[in-house]
Design a protein around this ligand. Structure first.
Ligand code: GDG
Length: 461
């Protein structure tokens, strides 16, 4: 059986000695259960970027890491990856910063990944590359003679041709994506946009579901939604809801309903509008005053991105405004935490919450939406309020779907959720739970690797 080689910007924190494994490690657990190799940046800054890797082992998984220079960190990671591609692919053209030096660093760091990987792989390895930092990796690997099957999965959205057109060298980016054997997207919409871009920028025919042939190379674009292990998360939530931390939450709530939001502190997550919407709920539906609290867990993330620093200041101000206007001496309407919370604790909090509030301005999938559904008590479930611009909305149609740009619409959905009869909550939850059990972390791995192996060989998972 072929060995699976994962490449991502960073190796999960848990592997390189940190406290816990990250989201991607959880999602890929299934395809690495028989072992594999994982290559990524160590998260460390060194005097120079160098393809000499440090090797380690975490359970059955070998991992290899290398350091980045300060300059490459600034230009490749903060620059091109997170200040050019991230805003563009999240439909925020006004925030896109382009600098040719960023793009050069993006290509050169990808060449470093390629050199590091080429020294580690066997001819039969299946290489699975993750996310926007590494779009050029397949072409860089081909340039150093690697002939293995190479797949790529984009965790964030893809954009229509009219938007990609804003990016200098968009055509080159499309060429580099087409150097893979399989390119995976979260949703049918993103897949469709990619096929449109292939037609527009590369002048090739791209029929739905069919490989695209360019320069005698065939690339198969697929939609392959990521999921969670819903049943395991449900068990975790049930256990955690009976634990001490959840009890402390209960005591602090004094019988009030809980609305929960869980997001990295990133401008794509629509947090300012969400805070505004909660304020409007209290203004417009005054029956909820004193009866509801909104807990927003917003773990700080990518703090070197200027826009995220600005966002943090804005949220601090808005949280103060909402609480200043509405709080009573014994009621804090909005609780806002910028530290990370343990995953098991989060699971219990989700279960306690009457409403899961997930309103990104744009999101590849959004796993929080699926975690919230998984964590509910099927006999008395809460209600998911979900942005129509999260990839998850393509599947989770029984949620209350909102436009995240309209705080009034979110406030109305919150009111509907807080007053929804139990029978309706149960009916919606039953369908949502069924869906998240159909598209799981395991099916995600199985389907992608199946496509990468050409669907004729035995799938490894
Ligand atoms: C990218 C795409 C796509 C959050 N705060 C804490 C915490 N989390 C966990 C959540 C969830 C994960 O982080 C976040 O995943 P999302 O999917 O919501 O969003 P991104 O981080 O932007 O992920 C996204 C995803 O990749 C996968 O393909 O769905 O669209 O943007 O699991 O629970 N976990 C802990 N403490 C926190 O404070 N432990």
């Amino acid at each position: 059986m072929a060995r699976i080689v994962i490449v991502s910007n960073r190796v999960p924190a848990g592997m390189a000695g940190g406290p816990q494994a990250g989201g991607l490690a959880v999602a890929l657990k299934d395809c690495l259960k028989d072992g594999g190799l994982w290559l990524g940046w160590s998260g460390e800054i060194a005097p120079t970027t160098c393809a000499d890797v440090k090797i380690g082992r975490f359970g059955k998984i070998d991992y290899a890491t290398f350091d980045l220079s300060r300059e490459d960190y600034e230009k490749f990671y903060v620059g091109y990856s997170n200040s050019t591609l991230w805003p563009l692919l999240h439909f925020q053209p006004g925030l896109v910063e382009f600098d040719r030096a960023y793009f050069d660093a993006y290509l050169s760091v990808n060449r470093t990944y390629a050199r590091a990987l080429a020294a580690l792989i066997e001819p039969t390895d299946l290489i699975w590359v993750h996310d926007y930092h590494l779009i050029p990796l397949a072409s860089a690997l081909r340039a150093v003679g690697v002939e293995n099957r190479i797949g790529f999965f984009l965790h964030i959205p893809f954009v229509p041709a009219s938007l990609l057109n804003l990016l200098p060298r968009a055509e080159k980016l499309m060429h580099m994506l087409c150097a893979y054997d399989v390119v995976g997207f979260q949703t049918e919409q993103h897949l469709h946009d990619f096929e449109d871009c292939a037609r527009h920028f590369l002048n090739v025919s791209a029929d739905a579901g069919a490989p695209i042939v360019i320069d005698n190379h065939s690339v198969l674009p697929i939609a392959n939604p990521i999921g969670i292990d819903a049943r395991a998360f449900a068990r975790q939530a049930k256990r955690s809801a009976q634990g001490n931390v959840a009890k402390r939450l209960d005591e602090s709530m004094q019988g009030r309903a809980l609305i929960i939001g869980v997001d990295r502190l990133d401008y794509s997550k629509g947090l300012p509008n969400r805070f505004e919407a909660f304020g409007r709920l209290l203004d417009r539906f005054s029956e909820h005053r004193l009866k509801v609290s909104y807990l927003q867990v917003a773990a700080r993330s990518r703090e070197d991105v200027t826009e995220n620093q600005r966002l943090k200041r804005e949220l601090d101000r808005r949280a103060g405004e909402v609480n200043g206007r509405h709080a009573e001496f014994d009621w804090v309407p909005l609780r806002y935490i910028t530290r990370a919370v343990a995953r098991a604790t989060l699971a219990g909090f989700y279960r306690k919450a009457r409403v899961g509030l997930v309103t990104p301005l744009r999101d590849g999938m959004n796993l929080v939406a699926k975690e919230y559904v998984a964590a509910q008590d099927p006999d008395d479930p809460g209600v998911l309020v979900l942005s129509r611009f999260a990839g998850a909305a393509e599947q989770l149609t029984e949620a209350l779907i909102v436009n995240p740009l309209d705080p009034d619409e979110i406030a109305e959905a919150l009111h509907q959720a807080l007053t929804m009869p139990r029978a309706e909550r149960k009916a919606r939850h039953e369908k949502l739970f069924e869906k998240i059990c159909q598209t799981t972390a395991a099916t995600y791995c199985h389907d992608f690797l199946g496509a990468l192996m050409g669907e004729t060989s035995d799938v490894v998972t």
